[in-house]
Design a protein around this ligand. Sequence first.
Ligand code: SF4
Length: 172
Amino acid sequence: MMRIHGYYDIDVVNGPGTRCTLFVAGCEHRCRGCYNPRTWRTDTGTPFTLQMEEQLIADLNDTRVPRQGLSLSGGDPLHPHNVPHIRRLVRRVRRDCPGKDIWLWTGYELAELSAAQRVILDAIDVLIDGRFVEAEKDARLQWRGSRNQKIWWLRQPPPAEDIAPPGLRFSD
Ligand code: SF4
């Protein structure tokens, strides 16, 4: 079972617009200066139950407070322990929450993802990749903590002020 360290049903900080945000347990990167080392172990936090999943789906579809989408953070949603659970979750959000986008933060770099991790990319819109590097820290960056991290616009165009050439687009 996947475990989590937090769930915000209404969040305007972690990604664009109003979102639901899930912070999962488990991260093997151990970045110096990590903002949340208590999330490193996969056996910390609380179980992500089916009941929580149903609530998350209902929140995403709640028309009283329209959500733009789901943000998956941690910890690391692409930690091998989390991969099967996240794969199932993102597929379900795709199926049951039409029009909602999915952003995912990982400490791995896109180029080093395994085949199992890459399958998840098929169902998300935006990936922010890379470890947090203290020497590259920059508080002015949007959605990222350090300059080495990249935003990969897999299925969603970048905002107008952040246009990158077509193809393998990313922001740095
Ligand atoms: S990838 Fe994120 S959660 Fe994991 S150690 Fe680095 S900063 Fe912490």
